[in-house]
Ligand binder design. Structure first.
Ligand code: CMP
Length: 140
């Protein structure tokens, strides 16, 4: 089915100047960018986005990292977009990510892991709506 997923290029990858390289991987895999913006998240925005992880021991480090610089936020659309994006990203921990994946190529640690991607259709819908009003998603 045609799906949408929320993708974030994290501060580490933005600082490495690989936004275009990562967009190119999305496009080559058949994913279309249907919404996009650069943003330096506030602490409240980052905490809200990662609210499901609020009780986890890594929550504070995660939030501090996500507000350490601007991020690039996009909605991706395509056949099986959620799984496809997760394949392109590789495992959360870059040490476990398959060669050739975004995290294997650009990530330094489990926090500075280059990208975020939604993990299921329900979370994708919530995450896209968190950053983009409907009028800013250009389905095509
Ligand atoms: P992300 O897909 O953005 O979702 C939550 C983030 O928490 C994850 O990527 C990692 O960057 C970060 N994180 C840090 N430690 C862990 C952990 N032990 N398990 C899962 N995620 C972690």
């Amino acid at each position: 089915a045609i799906e949408r997923t929320l993708s974030i290029i994290k501060p580490d990858a933005v600082a490495k100047n690989v936004i275009g390289e990562i967009y190119s991987r999305f496009e080559k895999a058949g994913l279309k960018v249907v919404a996009s913006k650069m943003k330096h998240l506030s602490r409240a925005e980052a905490e809200g986005f990662y609210a499901v992880h609020a009780a986890r021991p890594f929550f504070n480090d995660l939030v501090n990292f996500m507000i350490s610089g601007p991020v690039m936020i996009q909605a991706l659309e395509g056949e099986g977009a959620i799984a496809k994006n997760r394949e392109l990203m590789g495992a959360t921990d870059p040490k476990k990510a398959e060669p050739g994946t975004i995290r294997a190529d650009f990530a330094d640690s489990i926090d500075a892991n280059a990208v975020h991607g939604s993990d299921a259709p329900e979370t994708a819908a919530v995450e896209i709506a968190y950053f983009f009003p409907q009028a800013e998603v250009y389905s095509r």
